[in-house]
Ligand binder design. Structure first.
Ligand SMILES: Cc1cc2nc3c(=O)[nH]c(=O)nc-3n(C[C@H](O)[C@H](O)[C@H](O)COP(=O)(O)O)c2cc1C
Length: 217
């Protein structure tokens, strides 16, 4: 697969063809790829809300209605919309659940390996919680890695997509009851097929030049 072509071909879709839906098999593949996103110490501090019904997407669009109305059509006309959520706390229960899952998935040859992984993960969590005092930011970074994974995955499946930060997370958290569940919304990804009228589809891609972006040692 030519990943450079994929990176150049994908673009931020500004208008969707509301009549087109992503086949379920493609959605399933994309979600499976998303679930396999990497995260620091395999912390997986995320949850994803997937809306594919008109009702579900209308609920999400409450978060753009007031201050981000230009993003509303990208939510309601897209085929599927994923809300990327991050944990509001790194809880004991979550750390234990990740450890148990790793054990069930055969990650540990013996009890010593399990204890070492548990200790290493907790070391990183405590580093961000107490020393760097940025545990929320650190967890959100992991969620953004998942966004990057999904963006390239969407392109690989021939889907159009829009990453969206322009929404009111307070409104969306309340609408979805996220905080009660220990999560907060961070970024949204719309997925589907572009409308013929999408002005952005015909524009050249723009990126800073190699000389500015890279330093080679
Ligand atoms: C995290 C993130 C948030 C973004 N939020 C919005 C948004 O709210 N609305 C929008 O139309 N585009 C949004 N964009 C699209 C960017 O403007 C776009 O990715 C950038 O201009 C590069 O263009 P390209 O994606 O077409 O290559 C967002 C992109 C990212 C990565």
């Amino acid at each position: 697969m030519d990943t450079v072509s994929l990176a150049k071909r994908r673009y931020t879709t500004k208008a969707y063809d509301a009549s087109r839906r992503i086949p379920q098999a493609t959605v399933d593949a994309l979600l499976e790829q998303l679930r396999h996103s990497p995260s620091s110490v395999n912390s997986q501090p995320w949850h994803f809300i997937v809306a594919d019904s008109a009702e579900g997407k209308a609920r999400l669009a409450k978060s753009t209605a007031e201050r981000f109305a230009y993003n509303t059509p990208k939510l309601v006309d897209a085929s599927h919309v994923i809300v990327f959520c991050t944990r509001t706390e790194m809880t004991e229960a979550h750390l234990n659940a990740v450890l148990e899952q790793e054990a069930a998935d055969g990650r540990f040859r013996d009890e010593q390996a399990r204890a070492a992984q548990n200790q290493s993960r907790r070391h990183y969590v405590d580093l961000h919680r107490y020393d760097q005092k940025d545990v929320q930011h650190w967890m959100e970074k992991q969620t953004y890695l998942a966004l990057g994974t999904a963006l390239l995955g969407a392109a690989a499946h021939g889907l159009d997509a829009t990453p969206i930060e322009g929404f009111d997370s307070k409104i969306l958290d309340a609408e979805l009851g996220l905080r009660e569940r220990g999560f907060t919304s961070v970024v949204i990804l719309s997925l589907g097929y572009r409308a013929e009228t999408d002005f952005n589809a015909g524009l050249n891609k723009s990126r800073l030049p190699v000389s500015q972006v890279f330093t080679f040692l």
